[in-house]
Design a protein around this ligand. Structure first.
Ligand code: ARG
Length: 566
């Protein structure tokens, strides 16, 4: 429909005249999809034109009706100041041909062509668990990366591992004081998690452990070889485990340079800030004042001289700009970190870098499972790997009941189980809190990943059963309302991709998937293929193919894997 919208906007623009003060984009925004089919397929609200033309909207709509002529529009009506366009069925058929010709490329745009975007996402904290607090960043980031790639951007996926900080000091103390090397070698990250928790328990009784942890971290910062060797070891053990989850999800990153990679570059940031007169001392610590921007000061160095999360983030941003020359750098984290990003973006600007505005924080809401909030200190954590594996097992159980003879059961259960979790996370606007309830996420009849994957599989099996399309001319095929509605939904996909990109909002695609599934399922029930005339059959096969491509592309954009059988 984009093409039609553009043509309408152009002709309206010409009728308004060059000095109307409305740009092509302004007029495009006035073109809507009417809520009901009887109001047409596209509609222009003429109210804004009243002042320009000094006529009533009703008169303008009447006047424009006879003067706008567009190929593909069968009929135009003027109703109460609205100009309603009714698209012809032959135009709809040509839309279907366009979709099927584009295939896997349908919905792509070139907004990002020649541009680079860095996407910092997932970024778990090493030596701690990879828990469901990182589900949002992992799946939102992955989807944003795909949406950007689909829009022509060169994408650099960055896993900015939280692999530096006092937590390593704690681990080193735990290791040196009570941990068992063999156990760590055997049980890997689980054992690290256990001794880490034990540290907190012991430190409650013996607070001096905290001082020792700070000392150990300080030694790491000073480059002490023994400390760095231990750090490296802990990092590798944890990363190995994280990689299993990424492999399960089919996610890969272009860079795993985390905080540790930047710790020795933090000094350069400090020097630069000093040189630019931005640094101020306060109780032995160093900070940048942000009073003028209504923010608390941004801490750069602690009073023991060690660097902070923020210091390393500043170093990393400068490094990324130099290395990738990005046009945008996105940071996907929970909304709790919003101040941190606002502060360090501002410091980048104060340092004189003119790309402050290219840094974008993408916040998202909190997650709970069956209503229970995440609390890592008390050990009430759900590991991401457990959540996914649990989902897969539950899907297997459902499948054994519904379709016990399914081939490739394990592979399909993996796709559907992961899909259920991912879809659930991406269902509503990202800033909203997400509650994970198994029964809801796995409901094959609800607004879920399994339902979307099931609908995709249905489009495949319909096509398989239908076989070859009868060879007949259907360019003048007359559609029924259900078919028209289906084509209308299909034709909106490119716009949904563009809006998901604009708002950094994968849920625009998720919601679209539900619309398309609903429309296709109605079509499936109301419009038989096997018992239809040759012309109907040929047209409906075209529609099914367009659904399969569009739904397939949309599923890919949110990181769901397709399955032809379910
Ligand atoms: N490791 C951090 C956390 O788990 C997220 C890092 C986000 N990226 C960044 N450049 N600060 O909270």
């Amino acid at each position: 429909m984009n093409l039609l919208k553009n043509q309408i906007a152009q002709q309206v623009g010409a009728l308004l005249g060059a000095d109307s003060g409305l740009s092509h984009e302004d007029i495009l925004k006035l073109i809507e999809y009417p809520p009901e089919p009887k109001m047409g397929d596209l509609s222009v609200a003429c109210f804004r034109f009243s002042k320009i033309l000094r006529k009533s909207p009703v008169a303008i709509a009447e006047d424009f009706k006879s003067r706008i002529c567009i190929d593909g529009v069968a009929r135009t009506e003027a109703v109460n100041g609205y100009l309603n366009f009714f698209v012809s069925d032959s135009y709809r058929m040509s839309l279907l041909d366009g979709i099927n010709a584009a295939g896997d490329d349908y919905g792509k745009n070139d907004i990002g062509s020649g541009k680079t975007v860095c996407i910092d996402y997932s970024s778990p904290n090493i030596a701690k668990e990879f828990h469901i607090g990182h589900l949002g960043t992992t799946v939102i980031g992955n989807s944003l990366k795909r949406i950007h790639a689909f829009s022509g951007y060169k994408c650099v996926g960055i896993n900015y591992l939280g692999d530096w900080g006092t937590q390593f000091g704690r681990l080193i103390v735990a290791y040196k004081t009570w941990a068992d090397k063999e156990k760590i070698e055997r049980d890997g990250v689980e054992e690290l998690g256990r001794i880490y928790k034990e540290f907190y328990e012991r430190a409650e009784k013996d607070p001096s452990l905290n001082d020792r942890a700070r000392e150990e971290f300080n030694k790491m910062e000073q480059g002490d070889p023994e400390s760095l060797r231990l750090w490296q070891w802990f990092r590798e053990i944890s990363l190995q485990k994280f990689m299993e989850t990424y492999k399960l999800l089919g996610i890969d990153f272009d860079s795993y340079d985390g905080e540790g990679f930047f710790h020795d570059k933090a000094q350069e940031v400090v020097d630069e800030l000093k040189e630019k007169n931005l640094l101020e001392e306060s109780d032995g610590a160093m900070l940048v004042r942000l009073d003028d921007y209504n923010m608390p000061p941004c801490l750069i160095l602690k009073n023991d001289g060690s660097s902070l999360y923020t210091t390393r983030d500043i170093a990393a941003a400068i490094y990324r700009k130099k290395t990738y020359n990005f046009d945008k750098c996105l940071y996907v984290t929970d909304a709790g970190q919003s101040l941190h990003f606002a502060q360090f973006f501002k410091v980048i600007g104060l340092m004189g870098y003119d790309w402050e505005d290219e840094l974008v924080h993408i916040p998202y809401g909190k997650i709970s499972v069956n209503g229970a909030k995440l609390a890592s200190r008390t050990g009430n954590v759900v590991l991401l790997s457990d959540l996914f594996n649990d989902a897969i097992e539950r899907v297997k159980a459902i499948m054994d009941e519904k379709n016990p003879d399914l081939e490739n059961r394990d592979e399909i259960a993996r796709k559907v189980g992961l899909g259920a979790v991912i879809f659930n996370q991406l269902s509503s606007g990202r800033i909203k809190d997400v509650n994970f309830v198994w029964e809801d996420a796995l409901n094959f009849d609800g607004n879920t990943g399994p339902y979307a994957q099931y609908t995709y599989a249905r489009s495949c099996s319909v096509l398989e059963k239908a076989g070859k399309a009868p060879d007949c001319d259907i360019s003048d095929y007359e559609m029924n309302p259900v078919e028209r509605e289906l084509v209308a939904v299909l034709s909106k996909f490119p716009e949904k991709v563009a809006s998901a990109l604009d708002d950094y909002e994968p849920s625009a695609v998720t919601r679209y998937i539900l619309d398309l599934c609903q429309s296709f399922n109605r079509f499936y029930h109301d419009c038989p293929i096997m018992k239809a005339s040759d012309r109907e059959k040929a047209a409906r096969i075209k529609m099914c193919r367009a659904v399969r491509y569009t739904l397939g592309n949309a599923l890919w954009l949110i990181g769901l894997e397709k399955t032809e059988k379910i």
